[in-house]
Design a protein around this ligand. Structure first.
Ligand code: NAP
Length: 363
């Protein structure tokens, strides 16, 4: 018998769920034992649900092909069949997702979520493990306030902000105040899930609107850079963000053009490069399986990073940056890129779970 931790995937049939299946195939710590999705898929073998819409290569992995998909709306089915779940659910409302994720936690099943429903719950950590692993501390308060013993909910932030949050944090950690950030994103179609944006809307086109995305982009950094005070996360109010979010005809890989304004102390371009090249976080220190060796990869070619060429760097977990230069409006500008369904979704969720295990929250 395997000594890996049995894990479930809620929303296993969707774009993010499929990425979880793929990335967890040979994971050294976790083994997929439980799959759940909508009532439409429940009761069927996984392969029969996803074969015609499998996004990741030729075949649905052997290990999960014949697993029967359960109804994610019935958390009792997961009891005894997995130790924790990844949530990649898309339901009609955030309240429904919150209630369902809480229901799993109340049954002693920790939830590592990709959904946005709980991102603003004060005692739910919104993790980028290189930036705010100290936010795990709110889990004890969360458990206490709900009366949960083993269960809890932890989330990851929006997929597009991953492409620049680590580079910005690295500069803040090195002692540079970042006061204002202007960001314009070009986001891949896989970010909209399956089947996503109709082909006749996106091919030969750019759509300058993604519902809710600009609000998330502007708000989430405040919580990620926040401080734990009395069992809650108190938002950081020292950074103003303005965002434009665009959908572009790329399959995977979100790009962000970012301008930064610093406080009185301003780093030179050479100093920024040095900080980025040397930056490492707790996942690298702990040598977590999904931690990229170098979280930030710097490109010097004038036309990089590009989604097709750079999104898969270090298993899709590294952020690529390039075109670092001065900005005539703010201080500096650069281009960031990350793989939205890996670092920005399933890979990011797996790194969160690895951190939670390493810190003893997932037994
Ligand atoms: P998706 O492709 O639309 O998949 C949605 C999943 O939810 C499917 O497994 C679907 O099951 C299930 N589902 C739908 N209605 C349900 C219901 N009534 N009850 C139970 N399950 C239901 O979406 P996605 O892109 O994978 O996104 C999943 C979540 O991750 C979302 O919350 C999204 O905001 C978030 N996210 C996505 C990305 C990305 O890059 N795509 C990045 C970060 C975060 P059926 O197949 O049976 O319908």
């Amino acid at each position: 018998m395997s000594d890996k931790i049995p894990v479930g995937i809620l929303g296993a049939t969707g774009a993010v769920g499929q990425n979880y299946i793929n990335l967890l195939e040979n994971h050294p710590w976790f083994e997929v034992t439980y799959l759940a999705a909508s009532p439409r898929s429940a009761g069927k073998a996984y392969k029969d649900v996803v074969e015609s819409r499998w996004l990741l290569g030729a075949n649905v992995p052997e290990r999960v092909r014949d697993l029967v998909v359960e109804d994610a709306n019935d958390p009792s089915k997961a009891v005894g069949r997995c130790r924790f779940v990844f949530s990649a659910l898309e339901l009609d409302s955030k309240d429904e997702i919150k209630a369902l994720e809480n229901a799993y936690a109340s049954l002693g099943i920790p939830v590592v979520s990709n959904a946005s429903a709980h991102r603003w719950t004060e005692d739910v950590p919104m993790l980028i493990p290189e930036i705010n692993p100290d936010h795990l501390a709110v889990i004890d308060a969360q458990r206490k306030s709900h009366g949960w013993d083993r269960g809890f909910v932890a989330v990851k932030p929006n997929c597009s902000i991953q492409s620049y949050m680590i580079p910005v944090y690295a500069l803040m950690k090195a002692g540079y105040e970042v006061k204002r950030m202007f960001v314009s994103t070009m986001q891949a179609v896989s970010g909209a899930g399956y089947p996503g944006v109709p082909s006749l809307d996106i091919l030969d086109n750019v759509v300058p609107y993604i519902g809710g995305e600009e609000e998330k982009t502007e708000r989430e950094p405040a919580k990620i850079f926040g401080k734990v005070v009395g069992g809650k996360i108190v938002n950081f109010d020292g950074l103003k963000v303005a965002a434009h979010c665009n959908r572009v005809p790329v399959i995977n890989g979100h790009v962000a053009c970012v301008s930064l304004e610093f406080g009185d102390k301003k780093p030179s371009l050479a100093e920024i490069e040095r900080i980025w090249a040397e930056f490492r976080g707790l996942p690298q220190e702990l040598n977590l399986p999904f931690a990229p060796d170098r979280p930030i990869i710097i490109r010097h070619e004038p036309n990089r990073p590009q989604p097709r060429r750079d999104r898969d760097e270090d298993k899709g977990m590294a952020v690529s940056v390039g075109r670092l230069r001065e900005c005539p409006l703010f201080d500096v500008r650069f281009v960031g890129l990350s793989h939205n369904t890996v670092r920005g979704a399933a890979g990011g969720g797996i790194l969160n779970a690895e951190l939670l295990k390493a810190k003893g929250y997932i037994a």
